[in-house]
Design a protein around this ligand. Structure first.
Ligand code: ACO
Length: 323
């Protein structure tokens, strides 16, 4: 059975660190409130003129180096972002040009914080049905650009960054022992649009506005939906939670991570956490966490990874990936 196998991953974070104390100089908040409610201690902020495509290109270069292949070997880029450089063309095409990739296809996927889970599902489908043989899946965001820096209930939560994963094609037996993407499970429910959105945009006739969120409602839905999709992914593969080596979740905030881990029953030591250093980087958070787990040696070849995310839409989903 044809499988999409991970060849390497990489990450990029902008240089500028913004601590909670730095934010407390802008809005009425403090380090203790932010740490207690979210677990976030600092986030990175893109420099003036540094765009989502710049972050994505740096992460992609790191992932290609880890995979030991060049951009000319790629025939697909799927880039997840809710903060594209421009309305069009896709940010993925800018990354394609910057990498020097002259063939294949590049496009964006928009599922906000679930973006990487969606992008991985799309790339995996295309690889498995033979439309591509080598793919780059990227999550990249500059959320600092769409935050309302006068709203303390949202501006403390997010950061900028990018992560990337290179996929190739391998052969498996078609069961849970295979290396590669075992399955993806995607969901959305558009009735919840108003609980998390950015106002404005091309067809509304208003310039791109700011992120708006009903935090408590998002929290409740997140824990419920994430636990359900984790269960769905395990059941679909005849797996039990004990067989999962690492949960690599979207890093929304520490309390969502802890509540979800408790609800599904996975020990905290098996959860890769970067939210303290990166805050919520939306579609970039899973590949950033993945790259952190690989770089420090926790994630090893053959380990079973469970990726899960939820975001605006609402959208949510999970991928099971044997590294
Ligand atoms: N500093 C100090 N006080 C604050 C801050 C702040 N940064 N933000 C809000 N407050 C105040 C509020 O004004 C309110 O004060 P009041 O009681 O005097 O009115 C008080 O703190 C409580 O506000 P709540 O919004 O009820 O606080 P809550 O305990 O719900 O925590 C939070 C807010 C952290 C946003 C929480 O709801 C949450 O984690 N929600 C999940 C949302 C999320 O992470 N979204 C990310 C995108 S979606 C995703 O990725 C899954």
């Amino acid at each position: 059975m044809r499988r999409s196998v991970a060849l390497g991953c990489g990450a990029y974070l902008p240089e500028r660190r913004m601590t909670n104390d730095d934010i407390a100089r802008i809005v009425d908040t403090d380090d203790q409130w932010i740490v207690e409610r979210t677990g976030i201690r600092e986030r990175r902020i893109a420099a003036v003129g540094e765009r989502t495509s710049d972050l994505a290109t740096r992460a992609a270069e790191a992932a290609l180096a880890a995979a030991g292949i060049g951009a000319s070997d790629l025939d697909l880029i799927v880039l997840a972002t809710a903060t594209p450089d421009d309305t069009f063309p896709a940010t993925a095409t800018k990354v394609q040009a910057a990498l020097g990739m002259r063939r294949g296809a590049a496009f964006d996927v928009q599922a906000v914080c679930s973006g990487f889970v969606y992008a991985l599902a799309v790339a995996d489908s295309m690889l498995r049905c033979g439309q591509a043989a080598t793919a780059l899946v990227i999550g990249a965001e500059t959320f600092s650009r769409i935050l309302d820096w006068t709203d303390r209930s949202t501006c403390v939560l997010f950061g900028d960054g990018a992560g990337a994963l290179v996929l190739g094609v391998g052969e498996g037996q078609g069961d849970k022992r295979d290396r590669g993407v075992l399955s993806s499970h995607l969901h959305s429910d558009g009735r919840y649009h108003d609980l998390l959105y950015v106002d404005g945009g091309p067809s509304s006739g208003a310039a791109v506005g700011h992120l708006r969120m009903a935090g408590r409602d998002v929290f409740k839905h997140a824990v419920t939906n994430l636990s359900a999709v984790v269960e769905e992914a395990l059941t679909a593969n005849g797996l039990v939670l004990d067989e999962v080596d690492w949960l690599v979740p979207h890093q929304a905030n520490r309390r969502i991570l802890d509540s979800t881990a408790r609800k599904i029953g996975i020990p905290a030591e098996k959860v890769i956490v970067t939210v303290d250093r990166h805050a919520n980087t939306s579609a970039a958070s899973i590949p950033l966490a993945l790259a952190a787990g690989v770089a420090d040696g926790r994630i090893q070849r053959g380990h079973l990874l469970l990726l899960e995310a939820m975001g605006g839409g609402f959208t949510w989903g999970a991928n099971l990936l044997r590294w």
